[in-house]
Design a protein around this ligand. Structure first.
Ligand SMILES: *[C@@H]1O[C@H](CO)[C@@H](O)[C@H](O)[C@H]1NC(C)=O
Ligand SMILES: *[C@@H]1O[C@H](CO)[C@@H](O)[C@H](O)[C@H]1NC(C)=O
Length: 374
């Protein structure tokens, strides 16, 4: 079984469950054990919460390749973090009326501070910006800045074939590069009908700052500005190195280019979910959100938990939006945390929250690539 099946266990009736005689906390723990992996043997092995917690932790370590340096110290520290997460997961996933489930993923043994310092680039929204980016979509807002006035209620660029498979940025801060590349893949598909996975590594090698792996803060030196000057190679010709930065190869003769863009535009007005909605209805758009808690907390559903709406720190690719059967509105975001994270690598994030920056700051400021018609 996989993580995706977490919710299936909520619907098992106690009488059909082999663990019916167990205490409720053990049953709650079983959701995780089963989701995290293993075989039917773990049902039998679940004698008490301590045991199930240990099993969930060892399965977690195996699945995510954890090898702690010192068993005595590191392992105990990581186990304590995992345990707190495991307990809050069990509490959260039995709450009535929740719109999302918490999951177990590669962040489950990390603190929020570690996630931010090792995976995030604070100050996110500025980094894609180019000074010459034209502002668009303003005229489609109403007088109060609401809107867009006339836009389709559901978009899914993945279903339209414009989105490459979810990749995994590894232990790095390169989410911004994946988001920028995904946006170019999207507009390229829309203009040509071809979906060509493009090179994130070229941005890592040629744009990321040495040291912290974030894009330069100076105007016109972010990834989209770089792509409009240099174009992008195909992933196959310039493949990702799992989070390692090396020498920029884009100027090397014979490095074949797959795609060129003709410019960069800015979603306008800023701080408007309506403007962002209209932009996303036309093409996939990179967005910055605060992932301090989402990274670890999100399993599936529409995330409406805590977020800092004023401090986006990580990029994802907005590939759609819609509303669920209960009418709850969401953004559909493609992560670069691998297909095991969230809903097959995607996040559905609450939309239409009424604050001008949107949930987690999603509508703060976004740039996107444009391609002249070919
Ligand atoms: C739970 O299991 C662990 C490990 O098997 C054991 O050390 C502990 O005493 C058990 N606790 C209870 C309350 O049965
Ligand atoms: C988007 O489309 C993909 C591919 O068809 C599908 O797997 C996914 O469930 C869709 N997501 C939403 C939120 O509609």
């Amino acid at each position: 079984m996989t993580l995706k099946n977490i919710s299936d266990f909520r619907h098992l009736s106690p009488s059909s469950h082999p663990a019916r005689a167990m205490k409720s906390n053990c049953i709650a723990a079983l959701f995780v054990i089963c989701s995290a992996l293993v075989s039917a043997a773990s049902f039998v092995a679940c004698q008490n919460e301590t045991t199930s917690l240990r099993q969930a932790f060892s399965s977690f370590k195996k699945k995510y390749g954890r090898h702690y340096r010192s068993r005595a110290q590191d392992e105990a520290f990581r186990f304590a973090i995992f345990k707190a997460h495991f307990k809050s997961l069990n509490a959260h996933n039995t709450e009535e009326g929740r719109t999302y489930d918490t999951g177990i993923n590669q962040f489950s043994d990390m603190t929020e501070d570690e996630i931010v310092s090792e995976f995030c680039c604070p100050g996110g929204p500025q980094v894609l910006q180019a000074p010459n980016s034209e502002e668009v979509y303003y005229d489609l807002q109403d007088d109060d800045g609401n809107g867009p006035l006339d836009v389709t209620p559901y978009v899914n660029w993945t279903a339209a074939g414009a989105v490459s498979p979810v990749r995994n940025q590894g232990h790095s801060k390169y989410g911004w590069a994946f988001a920028a590349v995904g946006a170019v893949e999207g507009i390229h598909h829309i203009k040509t009908g071809n979906l060509v996975p493009l090179s994130t590594q070229s941005l890592v090698d040629c744009v990321a700052k040495d040291g912290d792996g974030c894009p330069p803060a100076e105007h016109n030196s972010g990834p989209l500005a770089w792509i409009s000057l240099h174009g992008l190679s195909a992933e196959a010709d310039y493949p990702y190195q799992g989070g390692k930065k090396s020498k920029c190869k884009s100027d090397v003769v014979n490095q074949p280019l797959a795609v060129r863009i003709s410019g960069v535009k800015n979603v306008w007005p800023r701080r408007s979910e309506g403007a962002l909605q209209l932009a996303v209805s036309r093409q996939p758009v990179p967005v910055a959100i605060d992932v301090t808690r989402i990274a670890k907390e999100y399993g599936r559903g529409i995330y409406n938990g805590w977020c800092d709406d004023t401090a986006p720190n990580h990029f994802m690719l907005a590939v759609g939006y819609g509303s669920d059967d209960a009418g709850r509105k969401y953004w559909l975001l493609k992560s670069s945390w691998g297909p095991e994270w969230g809903e097959d690598g995607y996040l559905r994030l609450e939309r239409g929250v009424g604050s001008e920056t949107g949930k987690c700051g999603i509508a703060t400021n976004s740039d996107f690539p444009v391609m002249d018609d070919i």
